[in-house]
Design a protein around this ligand. Structure first.
Ligand code: AMP
Length: 189
């Protein structure tokens, strides 16, 4: 099973992907988590990405693609994967299509979690208080939502045309949202 979780920052992609990875026994690959790992380890990529991430902007397409390609080449991703946070613009969507075609692992489904901006601002404010992620500062979140609207949201139409996009209401109890997602994945399998 090869799944992409799609949606605005704070829409619950990471939380739901972490639940589904256990259900399907496939890795949850979050480009945000991978980048935060590079920042924490002070790698060359981490040094390049840090300020861009803290400002809520997108890290360069080439850097993120190279990192993702390496991750998908690892053995645990052979039976499938759940991608979270990639693709974030149309260039990345094209690059992902080409990469997956090359490794013979086309996507099964793209799940778009729909959550209104007001609820997102609340969720990120809570995460900011709990985890202190600089990009969850309410001012930065507003900027990330603008980046999402301008660069990422158009990717949904790309996957609708490919017949892969399923939209899910991401508001409500965690378990209810998970159940909606599982029903969509089962009907796509
Ligand atoms: P996330 O945890 O998915 O919200 O990602 C946190 C930050 O990492 C984003 O605001 C970007 O700065 C960076 N990032 C994550 N994924 C990507 C991507 N696919 N392309 C560019 N930047 C990314």
């Amino acid at each position: 099973m090869r799944i992409v979780f799609f949606g605005a920052p704070g829409s619950g992609k990471g939380t739901q992907a972490a639940i589904l990875k256990n259900t399907f026994g496939i890795p949850h690959i979050s480009t945000g988590d991978l980048l935060r790992g590079h920042v924490a380890r002070c790698t060359e990529l981490g040094r390049k990405a840090k300020a861009v991430m803290e400002a809520g902007q997108l890290v360069s397409d080439d850097l993120v693609l190279g990192m993702l390609e390496d991750r998908l080449a690892e053995a645990d991703a052979k039976p499938g994967f759940i991608l979270d946070g990639y693709p974030r613009n149309l260039i990345q969507a094209d690059a992902l299509g080409a990469l997956l075609a090359r490794i013979g692992q086309p996507l099964d489904i793209v799940i778009k979690l729909n959550v209104p901006n007001e609820a997102i601002l609340e969720r990120c404010a809570k995460r900011f208080a709990e985890q202190g992620r600089k990009d969850d500062d309410p001012e930065v979140v507003r900027g990330r939502l603008a980046v999402y609207a301008e660069q990422t949201a158009p990717v949904a139409a790309f996957y609708t045309r490919a017949g892969k996009l399923v939209e899910i209401d991401g508001v409500g109890e965690l378990a209810s949202v998970t159940a909606r997602i599982l029903a969509a994945v089962e009907s796509a399998a």
